[in-house]
Design a protein around this ligand. Structure first.
Ligand code: PLP
Length: 379
C-alpha cells in the first residue's frame, strides 16, 4: 500500500502496539516481528499537576508501560526483527541502562547473544535486568562521563559490528537509523490518542537527542500523510549538568559540542550527543525550544508525578515534566494548549532515587495485637 493511501481507519484496525504501524517501519511486510507487546502505551490526562499549573489539557505518555519499562523497547523490537531477518549472529552495543535491558530482552526472544558495554556507575536495577535476560556486560571506566572515552567506546563497538556483521545497538540515528524508526510510533500513537489532532507542545527528555529527533520525524510524517493538520513544537529538556543541546540552541548553532557531564540522572548522562544535530534541527523546524533544569528539579518532578498523578517513573522519565513546570512558571504555555510530557521510564529502574524520596524507616513493625489496637484507635 502506498503511504499516501493510508487512512485513519486503516490504522484504527490492524495489530496492536508498534506493529500497527508496520508499513512505516523499515521491515518487510511479510516479516514476523520479534515482539513482546511493545507500544500502545497510555496517554493519560493530568489529574492534579496540570490544574495546579493552570493548564487544562496536559497529558502524560506513559512509556514505562512497555515490556522492559522504557520506550527503548520500540527500538529493540525493530532492531531484533531486522537482525533475525538478516540472520545476523549477534548484537553488540552500548547503553546507560535502558537500551541494555530492552535489547537483552528482545535478544533472548530472538535467540541471539548480546554483548553490552555499559557505564562504570550504571544504575544497578538496569544492569541486573539486562543480566537476567542473559546479556554479557562489561562496564567501561570513564564511559558516560569522559567525552573522549565515550567516543572511543562508540568507535570500538561500531568497528566490531562492521567487521563481524553483528547488529549495532546504539540508540541514535547516527548509528542505527533503521531501528530508531521504532521511536516515531510514539508520535503516531499520540496523534491517534488525541483523535487525530497534533498537540501544541511536546516536552521530551534529551540525552543523545535521538528520542526527540525521531518523535519529530513521526509527527512530521503524520502531518505529511494528512492524518493530522499540524505539528507540535518540540521542547528539549536536559539536566544543567549535561546540556549540550540547550547550549547549542542558545547560541543558534546546528551542532553540539561534547559536554563533561556532571548530572547524576541515569539515562541523560551523555557526554556526546550523537543525534544533537538532528535534535537541534527538530527544535528549529518545529518552533520549539531547549530548556535546562537542575537534577533537584527532576527529583522533585518525579515525586510530584507519584504523589499527584499516581505515576511512578525513573528520574529521566520525570525530566520532561520538570521542564514543563519551569515553562509554565515562565508563562510559555497557554492554559488551553494541548501539551504532552513523555514519561520515558518506570520507577523501578532507579531505586536510589526512590529511597532518597521516601523513608521506609517510618513504616512501623507491629504485632498483630498492636495493629488491632491501632485500628481501634482509628475508628
Ligand atoms: C534513552 C532515554 C532517554 C533519552 O533518549 P536520547 O535519545 O538519548 O535523547 C530519556 N529517558 C529515558 C528513560 C531513556 O531511557
Amino acid at each position: 500500500m502506498s503511504l499516501a493511501a493510508v487512512t485513519r481507519e486503516d490504522l484504527q484496525k490492524g495489530p496492536h502496539g508498534i506493529w500497527r504501524y508496520h508499513r512505516f517501519l523499515p521491515v518487510p511486510p511479510d516479516c514476523a516481528p520479534v515482539s513482546l507487546g511493545e507500544g500502545e502505551t497510555p496517554l493519560v490526562r493530568s489529574a492534579h499537576l496540570g490544574p495546579d499549573l493552570g493548564l487544562r489539557n496536559l497529558y502524560f505518555k506513559l512509556e514505562g508501560s512497555n515490556p522492559t519499562g522504557s520506550y527503548k523497547d520500540r527500538i529493540a523490537s525493530v532492531a531484533l526483527t531486522r537482525c533475525r531477518a538478516q540472520r545476523k549472529p549477534a548484537v553488540i552495543g552500548t547503553s546507560s541502562g535502558n537500551t541494555g535491558a530492552a535489547t537483552a530482552a528482545y535478544c533472548s526472544r530472538a535467540g541471539v547473544p548480546y554483548l553490552l558495554l555499559t557505564l562504570e556507575n550504571v544504575s544497578e536495577p538496569k544492569l541486573i535486568q539486562s543480566l537476567m535476560y542473559g546479556a554479557r556486560a562489561i562496564a567501561v571506566k570513564g564511559f558516560g562521563t569522559d567525552p573522549q572515552v565515550s567516543q572511543a567506546v562508540f568507535d570500538m563497538v561500531q568497528a566490531v559490528s562492521r567487521e563481524r556483521g553483528w547488529e549495532l545497538m546504539i540508540t541514535a540515528n547516527a548509528c542505527n537509523p533503521e531501528a530508531m524508526q521504532g521511536v516515531k510510533t510514539i508520535a503516531y500513537e499520540i496523534c491517534q490518542q488525541l483523535d487525530w489532532r497534533a498537540p501544541g507542545q511536546v516536552f521530551v527528555p534529551v540525552g543523545a537527542g535521538g528520542l526527540l529527533a525521531s518523535c519529530w520525524q513521526g509527527f512530521r510524517e503524520c502531518r505529511n500523510l494528512g492524518l493530522v493538520d499540524g505539528t507540535p513544537a518540540m521542547v528539549s529538556v536536559q539536566p544543567e549538568g549535561c546540556a549540550h543541546v540547550a547550549r547549542a540552541f542558545a547560541a543558534g548553532r546546528r551542532q553540539t559540542d561534547p559536554f563533561a557531564c556532571t548530572s547524576l540522572i541515569s539515562g541523560l548522562q551523555v557526554p556526546n550527543a550523537l543525534d544533537g544535530d538532528l535534535a537541534l534541527d527538530a527544535l528549529y523546524r518545529s518552533g520549539g525550544t531547549a530548556l535546562t533544569v537542575a537534577d533537584a528539579d527532576i527529583y522533585e518532578a518525579q515525586r510530584r508525578l507519584a504523589l499527584q498523578e499516581g505515576i511512578f517513573c525513573e528520574p529521566a522519565g520525570a525530566a520532561a515534566t520538570a521542564g514543563l513546570i519551569r515553562a509554565a512558571a515562565e508563562g510559555r504555555v497557554h492554559p488551553d494548549e494541548t501539551v504532552v510530557c513523555l514519561v520515558t521510564g518506570i520507577g523501578f529502574k532507579d531505586l536510589d532515587s526512590v529511597y532518597a524520596a521516601v523513608d521506609t524507616g517510618l513504616v512501623p513493625k507491629l504485632t498483630l495485637a498492636d495493629v488491632r489496637e491501632k485500628l481501634k484507635d482509628l475508628v
